[in-house]
Write a protein that binds this ligand. Structure first.
Ligand code: PEP
Length: 257
């Protein structure tokens, strides 16, 4: 059985000090829910303090990005090794990075390889715009993103990473995908594409998160879907009680509480 994983993407919110406070607020409630992998993804500057704050627990820390080169004259960038010093996970190809910072499928692929090379677990984001959905192009778009992201990876590497299906129209809008839509894309597109590219065992091993307006109110239904193995949570991860409830609901949905 795939262990569910719930990651909080704090985006450009919370100073290092505020991030540590937030973690401390959640820690006692989150530590007993060991059946769900729980991960905080703060800004780069908050990562070292947050990682120290979770030391001695099984709570994980992830970065929101990295650069694929190992070192050198890349002003403003952070290397895989630098991320690895403090993190076990890294979000790659979030739609906000694709939209505002010009990230391409090719760059996403290079970042995934660079992350895997240093032992980080990539959380690879894919998802369609509202326009594409309305044009009936969700399946082909997401499929193409998955194919491009995984280009050149071994089955073993693919089995170890995490995919996150994040429909762009659902991010930060309060309009989450229906549980059926989340299931259809996570299972019928992302997992099916991996099965086609690799094999059934690899596809069955990959964990696939849903992201987009996950909340305490909808977490149970969405996380109950068999091909949804957790979530990537933005807004609701900034409120301790909401994130804790979402993690609890995930454990309940998977029959693990
Ligand atoms: C995200 O940005 O990854 C996200 C899913 O945001 P939100 O939960 O706020 O929709």
């Amino acid at each position: 059985m795939r262990k569910p994983i719930m990651a909080g993407n704090w985006k450009m919110n919370k100073t290092a000090h505020e991030g540590v406070e937030l973690v401390r607020e959640m820690m006692d409630d989150l530590t007993p829910i060991a059946s769900v992998e729980r991960v905080f993804c703060p800004t780069f500057l908050a990562v070292p303090d947050v990682s120290r704050a979770v030391e001695g627990t099984d709570l994980g820390v992830g970065a929101q990005n990295l650069y694929f080169e190992a070192s050198g004259a890349y002003t403003g960038e952070v290397s895989p090794e630098m991320v690895r010093e403090f993190c076990d996970y890294v979000i790659i190809g979030h739609s906000e990075r694709r939209e505002y910072f010009g990230e391409t499928d090719k760059g996403v692929n290079r970042k995934i390889k660079a992350a895997l090379d240093v032992g980080l677990t990539p959380i690879v984001c894919v998802g369609e715009t509202r326009e594409l959905r309305e044009q009936g192009k969700t399946e082909s778009w997401v499929r193409d993103q998955v194919v491009a992201a995984l280009d050149g990876l071994t089955a073993e590497q693919v089995a170890s990473l995490i995919m996150a299906y994040e429909p762009i129209w659902a991010i930060g809008t309060g309009l989450a995908a229906t549980p059926a839509d989340a299931e259809e894309v996570c299972g019928g597109v992302v997992r099916a594409t991996i099965a086609e590219l690799y094999d059934r065992a690899t596809a069955d091993a990959v964990r696939i998160q849903y992201g987009g307006s996950v909340s305490p109110a909808n977490a149970y239904e969405i996380m109950s879907q068999p091909n949804v193995d957790g979530g990537l949570v933005g807004g609701a991860s900034l409120k301790a009680s909401d994130f804790v409830t979402i993690v609890r609901e995930t454990a309940r949905a998977k029959g693990l509480s």
